[in-house]
Design a protein. Structure first.
Length: 510
């Protein structure tokens, strides 16, 4: 009963928030569009997983077992860790539930249920279920085992992203430790270390992939799927398969219990002294940066992408022996800062009223906010370029062009974000790690804006590298100048738009 009440309260809260932000007509239209797109994508993915499961189940004594085990592991542990690495914080506000007699395990399952309702995660769950159904159709005798495996993999998919997100959040609370850890990982994932791990052999990408395929039989999903029908060996493999989910549930319950008893309360840090600035733009920028660095959610959003940026090229090299991935890393890093562009007043919350009372224009407010976020992006991009050049040994031209692409995406997203921030503003927590889901139109603008901007830059980059690789740096500089021109030309109309919607922003933040 308590679990159902928590899930129902979360769903009702999300429904009321979307209605308040979009009105009933806009909410229904956005939901219909999302449902159609999600249904088409999920149907295609689930159909492919169903066929894959059926094909693998027809040959479980041979290559089918390897294929099914690797796919199950990728859809559970792989996607769970990836979602945890790129997530946006906790979905339930646990701190508000301290006065109620709710057990930590119930809170954990409510959090996992809320995560399962997210469209992308729900689509992955449908595909994972379809894979198990395909295996059951091909091997009906395995249905009892597949039911257990489905429950295990669902717990892993949801629990892994929650536990990893909480771990990154704990690291993000200690920014110095986080930066040191990122630096250590960067050095540990360098090409020299990867070459040392390879030993004296130098394998091609296909040979390396074959060797990794041979190791798939040691994965828990493969061993559980290929376990005998009975005996001690079957019991041992069942214990192996349950060890991971039980560990995730125990860690998650401990986290919720610690939060539930108020031992992990996080207070927003405050400035210890007064500070000065030379211009109103610099003052707004300093205030915005201070808020980002001193709120748990802001730190988490800044630190979490760093780990992915370090690990993505390393995974590419370990799997396929492909070291050159600078443009992909730069594009991923740029997209990680989009949420700051699309909600410029989120961390101000109700205090945005005091910000609007300042004797400064809307253009000054926007310039200050943009100055803060773009300065942070420039620093992040420069550090990433140095990392890729010195540690990953990428070419200088690719690093320069990638940095230009990184800044171009930030400029274009900032151009869109200044309008989105005035139309669909929302308050972000300054004292906790609960993430606030963006309105559905913001998700759509983010999605199509990402495809349009990153896709066009990636396509033109491929054309330049294919036909005129010597001009990759001029191409990057040209793209940056184009982005800067669009950014500058739209500042005045955006300021006028914000001026007209100040009351709407103020009311939305209360």
């Amino acid at each position: 009963m308590a679990l159902r009440a928590l899930v129902a309260a979360h769903a009702q809260s999300a429904w009321n928030r979307s209605t308040r932000q979009l009105t009933r007509g806009g909410r229904n239209l956005a939901l219909a569009f999302i449902a159609v797109c999600w249904g088409v994508g999920t149907l295609g993915f689930s159909t492919a997983m169903l066929a894959l499961g059926w094909a693998a189940g027809r040959d479980l004594d041979g290559r089918g077992l390897t294929l099914a085990g690797a796919t199950l592991f990728a859809l559970s542990w792989g996607l769970g860790l990836m979602f945890g690495l790129t997530g946006s914080g906790r979905l339930l506000e646990v701190g508000q539930l301290k006065a109620y007699p709710v057990r930590p395990l119930t809170l954990l399952f409510a959090e996992l249920a809320a995560r399962a309702a997210e469209p992308l995660t729900l689509g992955c769950i449908m595909g994972l279920t379809a894979l198990h159904v395909g295996l059951a159709v091909a091997q009906p005798g395995l249905i009892p085992r597949l039911v257990v495996m489905l429950a295990v993999h669902l717990v892993v998919l949801l629990g892994a992203q929650f536990v990893l997100g909480e771990l990154l959040a704990a690291i993000a609370r200690r920014a110095r430790i986080a930066l040191v850890l990122v630096g250590a990982l960067a050095m540990g994932f360098s090409p020299r270390v990867a070459a040392w791990l390879d030993g004296p052999r130098r394998e091609h990408g296909f040979e390396r992939l074959l060797r990794l395929t041979d190791s798939v039989r040691y994965l828990p999903s493969t061993r559980l799927l290929g376990a005998p029908a009975g005996g001690w060996d079957a019991l041992g493999r069942l214990c192996e398969g349950l060890a991971g989910p039980l560990m995730l549930l125990l860690i998650g319950a401990w986290v919720m219990g610690r939060e539930h008893t108020a031992h992990a309360a996080v207070a927003t840090e405050r400035e210890k002294g007064l500070w000065t600035f030379d211009s109103p733009d610099a003052g707004i920028a300093r205030l915005h940066l201070s808020t980002l660095f001193r709120t748990p959610l802001g730190r988490y959003s800044l630190v979490a992408p760093l780990f992915a940026m370090v690990m993505v090229p390393w995974v590419m090299q370990m799997l396929f022996h492909q070291q050159r991935a600078s443009l992909a890393v730069f594009i991923y890093a740029a997209l990680g800062t989009v949420q700051f562009h699309f909600n410029l007043f989120g961390f101000d919350g109700p205090a945005v009223a005091e910000l609007f009372r300042l004797p400064v224009s809307s253009a000054t407010l926007l310039r200050g906010k943009h100055l803060a976020v773009l300065s942070l992006a420039l620093l992040e991009g420069a550090v990433l370029a140095v990392f890729l050049r010195l540690v990953r040994e990428e070419s200088s031209s690719e690093c320069i062009a990638g940095l230009c692409v990184f800044l171009t995406i930030n400029l274009m997203m900032a151009t869109l974000g200044r309008f989105v921030s005035a139309v669909w503003p929302r308050t972000l927590s300054r004292s906790g790690l609960r993430g606030t889901a963006p309105p559905l139109p913001v998700v759509l603008v983010n999605l199509f804006g990402t495809f349009a901007i990153a896709g066009s830059l990636g396509l033109t980059h491929w054309l330049v590298m294919h036909y005129a690789p010597a001009y990759v740096v001029p191409w990057g500089v040209g793209a940056l100048l184009l982005g800067a021109a669009v950014f500058a030309l739209t500042l005045k109309p955006a300021a006028a738009f914000l001026e007209a919607r100040r009351e709407h922003v103020l009311l939305s933040m209360k």
